[in-house]
Design a protein around this ligand. Structure first.
Ligand code: PXP
Length: 259
């Protein structure tokens, strides 16, 4: 089974909000995340990721419900660990929820969730969501205590934060990050977790991840949306799926079951 691509289309909404944030009809304005979702489907996306942030800076609640109702792709709902978002998720019923840290000042999700340090609220959120039929992923830094805490929390998946890998500026730093990601992926797999990865992955650095075993899905947003300005979103997604076919079969074959 090939490496799966989850396409994060938040930045389509970012562009729309740049003009229409304060108008009542914002959710109907252009560019449309719903249209983008269909373009991603056509390009071969395996799932969609949307993040309704507490400050609603890009995706709006209406976007999430429209996409959920109309687009025949698994939906990954990225969310902060808050009562408000848990209520929305339980109503939205996405296929997956990915719990992320969220702070108002950050430009994007900047670090992993501190599952080890905030274990009880994370475990409780996982239980509420999974009791509601939503498989939960925890977005964590590739550190063993976080992987271990994620496994204890009852979550079914982890998404390893690849931001440090993506931001590394020397070969030595990149190699160190791959070593870190590899250890975390092995530990996650050994604990029975599905191992995904995401953040900062682009058309150039993606092949660096081929050394990391047990990956099931990559979640990619910014680079695909940026490429879409040149070639259109469908083609940008297609190009990424073509690159992802390079994930080595021997690495992929050892994946855990996905149920
Ligand atoms: N995964 C998670 C948990 C994220 O928060 C983000 C950014 O919204 C991504 C993946 C995608 O990152 P990028 O936009 O850098 O590809």
């Amino acid at each position: 089974m090939p490496l799966l691509l989850g396409v994060n289309i938040d930045h389509i909404a970012t562009l729309r909000q740049a003009r229409y944030a304060h108008t009542p009809e914002a959710a109907n304005a252009e560019p449309s995340p719903l249209v983008a979702a269909f373009d991603a489907l056509e390009g071969g996306a395996d799932s969609l990721t949307i993040h309704v942030r507490g400050d609603r800076r890009h995706m709006q609640d209406a976007d999430a419900f429209r996409i959920r109702a109309a687009v025949p792709l698994p939906l990954n709902f990225e969310m902060g660990v808050t009562a408000e978002m848990i209520t929305i998720a339980l109503a939205l019923k996405p296929d997956f929820a990915c719990l992320v840290p969220e702070s108002r000042e950050e430009i994007t999700t900047e670090g992993g969730l501190d599952v080890a340090g905030r274990f009880a609220p994370t475990r409780d959120a996982v239980a509420q969501l999974q009791d509601g039929g939503i498989r939960v992923s925890l977005f964590i830094d590739p550190d063993l205590p976080q992987v271990e805490a994620a496994a204890r929390s009852g979550a079914r998946m982890i998404e390893l934060h690849t931001g440090c890998f993506a931001n590394a500026t020397t070969d030595a730093a990149r190699e160190a990050e791959i070593t870190r990601l590899t250890a975390a992926a092995r530990a996650g797999h050994a604990a029975g977790l599905q191992v995904n990865a995401g953040h900062g992955i682009n058309y150039t650095n993606i092949s660096g991840l081929w050394a990391v075993p047990y990956l099931m899905e990559l979640n990619i947003g910014h680079s695909i949306v940026a490429r879409a300005l040149r070639v259109g979103l469908t083609q940008a997604v297609r190009e990424m799926t073509q690159l992802m076919a390079g994930y080595p079969a021997d690495t992929a074959a050892a994946r855990p079951h996905s149920s």
